[in-house]
Design a protein around this ligand. Structure first.
Ligand code: C5P
Length: 401
């Protein structure tokens, strides 16, 4: 049985091309046994007809404050109280802005302001609109207000451009809702920061120093933590990984200093941080504004300067109860070195993977780890497995699930 069986879902639809995907979402919700009340904005009706939506939901679609011919008032307060969840998909830039500022000029926003239940919003817009500081500011505000933002994916957009702004697929939104209502969520209420991928340290506008980290392990941790009910922020270096569905917020960064700044902004509010990124230890002492010329030189010396240690910096000022986890890739005296590293960086746990192991390491889909508790030095060894399963083992051990 689906966790959505019998749940009251208000499905808010605003005016974006992605509104056609809301029909699939509505069908998935109904099939799972949820009762769905559609609230559509005036612009939403230009993209999809209320007749389709009312036939599929089995309820008249609400859009106006009053029914035109009878003058019957639609109570957004009642709707707000009826809902077990309010899902706004697609959430356009305009709807997000109205939500963030309480501009209650349509039924969807009045319902949002009256809702006592958890609100989810799935943004959908062009890449430039999504990246605009205004939209990003509104999204930050909404997150602060407790709205779970279902991140858009990168891909082809209605405009023909390609980038981030494409609404999460209906199946992904459905999975987020199903996970939300599932009772099997041992990490519910926990906020977890995860770093992932490599960092690129720029030499000039076209060259960098980097490494082969794929980000797979960090993204697997983010995906599994979200599935277990956590609210995840993943701070990712340059990687090709898709953002996992669920309550996962992604901050993309390039260099180590940028990664540290992004982590600093999230860490204070986090219950735990898992430092999975392969951060470059050094960066070029100078970054040239223009492309460095080869000219006639046979040799070239690069001067490097130390990068901040993100794990050590943040763990250095963790508060009581905050858990930090690091990774160690060792080639010799593995347990000893890993424990020393955990102590040096003030980590509570350290995940050891050995380069000697053919099933562990960069770009692989499998990993073989030992999860070590810093306080006792006790190691929990695991078999080689796919990174998604390794992620589950790590979370189970660290959070004692
Ligand atoms: O010292 P080492 O690089 O082996 O430490 C690995 C651990 O420290 C990993 O958890 C990694 O994410 C973290 N780290 C970091 N910032 C650095 C270097 C490593 O957060 N500059």
């Amino acid at each position: 049985m689906s966790s959505l069986e019998g749940k009251h879902i208000v499905l808010g639809i605003s005016g974006g091309i992605a509104a056609y995907k809301s029909v699939t979402l509505l069908r998935l919700l109904r099939k799972a046994g949820a009762e769905v009340q559609v609230v559509i904005t005036p612009h939403g009706k230009e993209f999809i007809t209320p007749v389709t939506l009312s036939s599929l939901s089995g309820k008249p679609v609400v859009s106006e404050f009053f029914t035109a011919n009878t003058g019957e008032w639609h109570s957004h307060v009642d709707l707000g109280l009826w809902a077990d969840a309010l899902v706004i998909a697609p959430a356009t830039a305009s709807t997000l802005a109205k939500m963030a500022h309480g501009v209650a000029d349509n039924m969807l926003i009045t319902t949002y302001l009256s809702a006592k239940a958890q609100v989810f919003a799935a943004p959908a817009m062009d890449l430039d609109m999504f990246a605009h500081p205004t939209t990003q500011r509104n999204l930050r505000q909404l997150r602060e207000d407790g709205v779970i933002i279902i991140e858009p994916a990168s891909g082809e957009l209605a405009s023909g451009l390609t980038g981030k702004g494409r609404m999460e697929e209906p199946e992904g939104i459905f999975a987020v809702l199903e996970a939300y209502f599932s009772t099997d969520k041992p990490l519910k209420g926990k906020k977890i920061l995860i770093t992932a991928g490599p960092t690129y340290e720029n030499l000039d506008p076209v060259r960098f120093i980097g490494n082969y980290s794929s980000g797979k392990m960090g993204f697997a941790l983010a995906s599994q933590a979200a599935k277990a009910g956590a609210e995840v922020t993943i701070v990712a270096g340059p990687v090709e990984q898709p953002t996992p569905s669920g309550a996962v917020r992604r901050i993309d960064v390039t260099g180590a200093r940028e990664m540290l700044a992004a982590c600093e902004s999230v860490f204070a509010d986090a219950d735990a941080a898992i430092f999975c990124a392969a951060v470059a230890d050094y960066r070029p002492a100078e970054c040239c504004d223009v492309k460095i010329k080869r000219e006639s030189r046979e040799e070239m010396t690069l001067r490097l300067t130390r990068n901040p240690d993100i794990a050590a910096t943040l763990s250095g000022h963790k508060r009581d109860g905050q858990i930090t986890v690091g990774f160690a890739l060792e080639t010799d005296h593995e347990m000893e070195n890993a424990c020393a590293k955990a102590a040096r960086k003030n980590l509570d746990w350290i995940v050891l993977n050995s380069l000697r192991d053919p099933e562990a390491g960069f770009r692989k889909d499998t990993n073989k780890v030992t999860v070590i508790e810093a306080a006792t030095g006790a190691g929990h060894p695991f078999e080689a497995k796919p990174k998604e399963e390794v992620a589950r083992d790590i979370l189970k051990t660290v959070f004692r699930l």
